[in-house]
Ligand binder design. Structure first.
Ligand SMILES: CC(C)(COP(=O)(O)OP(=O)(O)OC[C@H]1O[C@@H](n2cnc3c(N)ncnc32)[C@H](O)[C@@H]1OP(=O)(O)O)[C@@H](O)C(=O)NCCC(=O)NCCS
Length: 181
């Protein structure tokens, strides 16, 4: 059965025209705090930041737009300079899009891109313990928790990082025990 259109997300390279949409998410201070963006800067600072980043991204950053129903609804990162291992990151903007499964579908699309297209061997991620949406999302993707990371703050409260890993073979399910027959 075909997937309903409202459940589909796809990834595409960011283009300079996306800078205004991305900058507009910074108008919401609560979003900035949750996403660890600087808050309360003039709008032009955000749009310049995004235009510059889209035109000349750092060499170790793959950042792709998340498209939902034809609109830019977030972005994913695959970050790092190792040839077969990258760190996954994800943002859904604005907050009115949260809790509709977009984050999970965007991150799943990022894993597919990383393992199928980039032929990565391993994707890792870290999430703040208090950022329950992010922790839950990584768990739902089947990522394996490996370690407790550094102490940090989330929404002005002390917390700590949790680290997760998924290998290509885990992603493909080839290392799962096979049933009889
Ligand atoms: C983290 C983020 C991407 C999640 O996006 P989203 O579209 O809301 O994610 P989903 O709808 O797929 O929900 C993910 C999980 O969080 C759960 N969730 C939703 N609202 C929640 C809440 N208020 N408290 C705890 N969990 C919640 C969902 O139920 C879901 O778990 P489930 O699949 O077991 O039901 C989004 O909140 C965001 O952009 N945050 C700022 C950036 C960030 O923190 N990125 C992660 C670090 S790289």
């Amino acid at each position: 059965m075909a997937t309903p259109q409202h459940d589909v997300v796809h990834l595409r390279p960011l283009v300079p025209g996306d800078a205004q949409t991305l900058a507009s998410w910074a108008r919401d201070v609560a979003f900035c705090q949750a996403a660890d963006w600087s808050a309360d800067l003039p709008y032009e600072r955000y749009s310049t930041f995004w235009r510059d980043l889209i035109q000349a991204p750092p060499p170790d950053l793959i950042r792709l737009g998340v498209i939902h129903e034809g609109v830019l609804a977030g972005y994913i990162d695959l970050h790092g300079s190792e040839p077969t291992r990258r760190e996954l990151g994800f943002v859904i903007g604005s907050r009115d899009r949260w809790a509709r499964g977009l984050g999970r579908r965007a991150a799943a699309a990022a894993l597919r891109y990383g393992f199928q297209d980039l032929r990565l061997n391993e994707v890792w991620a870290k999430a703040l313990d208090s950022n329950q949406r992010s922790v839950r999302l990584l768990q739902r993707l089947g990522m394996r928790e490996t370690a407790r990371g550094d102490e940090a703050e989330f929404l002005c409260q002390p917390t700590f990082y949790r680290q997760f890993i998924l290998t290509a073979s885990e992603w493909r399910g080839t290392d799962r025990p096979k049933g009889p027959g």
